[in-house]
Structure formats: C-alpha cells, structure tokens
Design a protein around this ligand. Sequence first.
Ligand code: FES
Length: 137
Amino acid sequence: MAAMLLKDLVFEIDNPWSQFYDATRATPFITPEGLKQNLDVGTHWVGDRIKGFADSLNDVAHNQGQVVQVDGQKVAAYRNENGAVHAVSAICSHLGCVVAWNNAEKSWDCPCHGARFNCEGKVLHGPAVNDLEQIST
Ligand code: FES
C-alpha cells in the first residue's frame, strides 16, 4: 500500500486512498467515543479504589486470584493449585488503576487501558511495560 501511494504521489496520480493515509489529515481531538473511554477510565480509577475488597489472603481460593486489602495496600493475590500464594501490587504499573482477576486466562487485567499481567505479575500485554510490584507475604 505504501509503495502504491508513494508512486502515485511522486507521479502526481490521484489515488482514492491518499486522503485516508495522509499523515497531516485533521482528526478531531475530542470525540464522543474518546470522552466515553476517558470517563470509563476515570470511573475505574476512582471506583476501584474505594470499593470493598477481601481483607485476608486466606480468602483466596485455590487456582484463583483475588484483590485483597492488606495493611491498607491493595494486593493482587493468586493461590496456585498447591496452595502457594503469589502476591503482587494490585496497582497497575501503567497509570495506577486497580487490576482485576481474569479467571479464564489466569491473568491480572487492567480495566483502564487493557494491560495484562500473568498470575505472578509479569507483563503479558501493554501498554504497561513494567511488571506489577512483588509483595512478600
Ligand atoms: S492504568 Fe492499567 S493499562 Fe493503563
């Protein structure tokens, strides 16, 4: 596509795709969809900090993950099938939303911008580039 567009630009041939791929095209900065997404992020950023969480790592079932409030800190705790607990900060390393357990994928997923971490807090998918902070239990 790039080669075709560049060739047409060089030879000044009209191409119906040229406006679509024009790097200088004007795009509205604020769109209804953008406003809705930012409202969703803000709702999660605030709401997920004040909602109630379990207060004991003992509440985490085998082969499950759960956000637990321990000493005022939100902990993303995963208990494996052998009963061992992997604890990491539940605060997303991207911009600080509270991650949620995805039982189908056995991952910690951030509801704000879609970052995903494995059950031990290692980054699986951005935009986060740093792992979740390890917490000793
Ligand atoms: S705050 Fe988690 S992906 Fe942005």
